[in-house]
Design a protein around this ligand. Structure first.
Ligand SMILES: Cc1cc2nc3c(=O)[nH]c(=O)nc-3n(C[C@H](O)[C@H](O)[C@H](O)COP(=O)(O)OP(=O)(O)OC[C@H]3O[C@@H](n4cnc5c(N)ncnc54)[C@H](O)[C@@H]3O)c2cc1C
Length: 601
């Protein structure tokens, strides 16, 4: 298994060429940072992560987190608490948060780059700061000033961690079915009772307090999502100065035994075994679901990014193995000598698939992070609104496609290892097992597809998706100027875009008249949309690489590799869109042609 090497060269390329760090650093919110300081911070974080966090990935998988039923405490895997303490003390978790609350005041994009590195080094450990980040976002957007001042600075530093408590046994994708109760008290607090399941880092030994954000229903709440409120439920109650007081009535009663991310405790949380946990309402009653929606772009970007991270880690292992493992004689090699498997065409195919998908994912994830920074911080309010809508459109694409690709790329890594890929000691199965949760949590990918088709395509009467497709079309003249070198990228992208535009038209028309038709084809449509978006980003990559080659700047071999990789993606991955037309348009009736009882044969 290869030691993880943060892919700084490719990260640097995307930051220099595909997004505009210079522009972000002009904004009032980021005026005290500059691109150089961002690069320096990323490099330092990458060094620390590779040295301290990455080596704990395997032990985390082997030993996992352990629940003690006597005390209802959770012991994290060996080395985790120490690594987290170093992360906290260095202030790494604070990087993308507002300086007024103890943050580093860096663009979200910088935080996302660091998150990519952390999740690749150790997906399980990275989930603790990730969930904390989600809780901070919620408090910053919807908490009262007093709540923000009390909780946020300690969560920004990592002294306290955060959780998101949505899921219940009967309420997963259907959050509106949740039953946890919140009863108002004369002192303005609430008493929370109920059970939450699958709560990431709901209990652990790495921080002195855990701030649970809990969705619950007040006694007179309307049914469904319109009756959900959001509460702060600290593990230890705190006074106004943040001093820890009594233990609150919340406990982790067990943790799950999982397929992957074994070192991330997935907790069953019981609220109110002794009468009711003390909870503090965030914002207004019955608005919890609306608040969750405002955080979704960030949260889903972070999970999409996990697909990228784990794919990169698996790719590094597979590449090293393919160079070392010798089997068979490659075409043209001397007789009697075994060749490294990287010399075989089919192994090349798999490596190029992995490499090209990873580069496309990185371009997509960083571009989305830049869009979110623009939506939050650009001085022009109209542009902020425009970027907000673009971020919303692409959220299900980033989450859905990158996590599906994380599974596909880690599976390819297993394949490249051959039989050893199926053997745990090789370390490769862990990546595949770890990746498998990402298409499931933070809204399953089936739900992402429905989100794209039913909520995002109709944004502003279809103007937002039309704008997205026009931006892709606008790459054409530059690709034409690129001549023979970019000709196949240009034609493949143009053909794929036509197919997507026609299919989008069909989906929107059907969605308006008979939504069942559009819903039935949502998942293949999400794939089609994602492939074209990724293809456009690969085309942009090739354009920038070609410009650098012409200008004689940068590493010429690396730029030629970029163009070759983009050409491969557009020739071998992108054309899948044409085969997706039939599944998108097949419609509802085909899926319901047999009755439930006829599924058994
Ligand atoms: C390791 C792990 C960590 C997690 N961390 C957290 C956490 O920190 N906090 C938290 O609150 N939750 C967490 N979850 C829960 C996770 O978000 C849910 O498991 C997920 O939302 C799916 O819900 P479910 O398991 O009930 O599946 P279900 O909702 O029962 O879905 C089952 C299948 O049906 C499909 N389906 C369901 N409804 C529809 C529909 N309307 N249309 C089409 N298809 C549909 C789904 O796509 C899926 O394929 C975690 C889960 C795991 C395993």
């Amino acid at each position: 298994m290869a030691a993880y090497r943060p892919p700084l060269q490719d990260i640097r390329f995307v930051l220099d060429e595909l997004v505009d760090l210079d522009e972000l650093c002009q904004f009032e919110s980021f005026k005290h940072v500059d691109p150089d300081s961002i690069h320096t911070a990323i490099e330092e974080f990458a060094r620390w992560t590779a040295e301290v966090v990455a080596p704990l990935n395997r032990i985390g998988d082997l030993e996992g987190a352990v629940h003690d039923p006597e005390t209802n405490t959770v012991r994290t895997a060996p080395g985790f608490a120490d690594a987290y303490a170093q992360f906290r003390d260095a202030g790494w978790g604070a990087v993308p948060f507002e300086a007024d609350y103890g943050g580093g005041g860096f663009p979200w994009l910088a935080g996302i780059v660091m998150q990519e590195i952390m999740s690749a080094a150790n997906l399980s450990l990275s989930m603790c700061p990730l969930l904390t980040q989600g809780a901070i976002d919620m408090l910053m957007a919807h908490g009262s000033e007093a709540q923000r001042e009390l909780f946020v600075p300690r969560m920004v530093t990592g002294q306290w961690t955060g959780t998101m408590n949505l899921t219940e046994p009967e309420a997963g994708s259907d959050v509106g079915a949740l039953r946890t109760k919140a009863v108002p008290q004369p002192d303005g607090t609430y008493r929370i009772t109920g059970t939450k399941i699958f709560i990431t880092f709901g209990e652990h030994d790495m921080a002195e307090n855990i701030i649970h954000l809990v969705l619950a229903r007040t006694p007179d709440a309307p049914p469904g999502t319109k009756g959900i409120s959001c509460f702060i439920v600290p593990k230890f109650l705190v006074d106004d100065d943040g001093n820890l007081g009594e233990r609150n009535d919340v406990a982790c009663v067990s943790i799950e035994h999982k397929m992957g991310v074994k070192a991330s405790p997935t907790c069953v949380m019981s609220f109110g075994d002794e009468g009711g946990a003390v909870g503090y309402l965030i914002g207004n009653e019955n608005e919890g679901m609306r608040y969750m929606f405002t955080m979704m772009n960030n949260a889903r970007l972070s999970v999409g990014l996990e697909g990228l991270s784990i794919a990169e880690r698996a790719y590094q292992d597979a590449l090293e193995y393919a160079q070392e493992r010798k089997q068979g004689r490659a075409v043209g090699a001397a007789a009697g000598v075994q060749s490294p498997i990287i010399e075989h065409a089919d192994v090349r195919r798999m490596l190029l698939l992995m490499k090209s998908i990873i580069e496309a994912m990185r371009a997509l994830v960083y571009t989305q992070a830049e869009t979110i920074d623009m939506a939050n911080h650009h001085p022009d309010p109209e542009l902020r609104q425009y970027k907000q809508l673009m971020a919303e459109l692409l959220t299900p694409v980033v989450k859905g496609w990158c996590t599906d690709m994380g599974v596909e790329v880690t599976s390819l890594a297993v394949q490249i290892y051959g039989g050893m890929g199926y053997i745990e000691e090789s370390g490769v199965p862990q990546h595949y097992r770890d990746a498998r949760i990402t298409p499931i949590y933070e809204g399953t990918n089936g739900i992402q597809a429905l989100d794209l088709v039913m909520r995002k395509l109709p944004l502003k009467g279809g103007e937002v998706v039309t704008e997205h497709l026009s931006l892709i079309a606008m790459l054409d003249p530059a690709l034409l100027r690129g001549g023979a070198q970019l000709a196949s990228i240009r034609s493949n992208l143009a053909e794929a875009l036509t197919t997507l535009a026609d299919t989008t038209h069909w989906v929107m028309a059907e969605g308006a008249t008979d939504p069942r038709q559009a819903m039935a084809g949502a998942t293949p449509y999400l794939r089609m949309f994602s492939l074209v978006t990724a293809g456009a980003l690969m085309a942009k990559t090739a354009l920038h690489a070609a410009e650098r080659l012409d200008a004689g700047t940068g590493d010429a071999d690396a730029m030629r590799a970029k163009i070759a990789t983009a050409t491969f993606f557009c020739a071998q991955v992108l054309p899948q869109v044409h085969g997706l037309v039939a599944p998108v348009r097949a419609g509802h009736d085909q899926l319901f042609a047999i009755g439930v009882e006829q599924f058994a044969h």
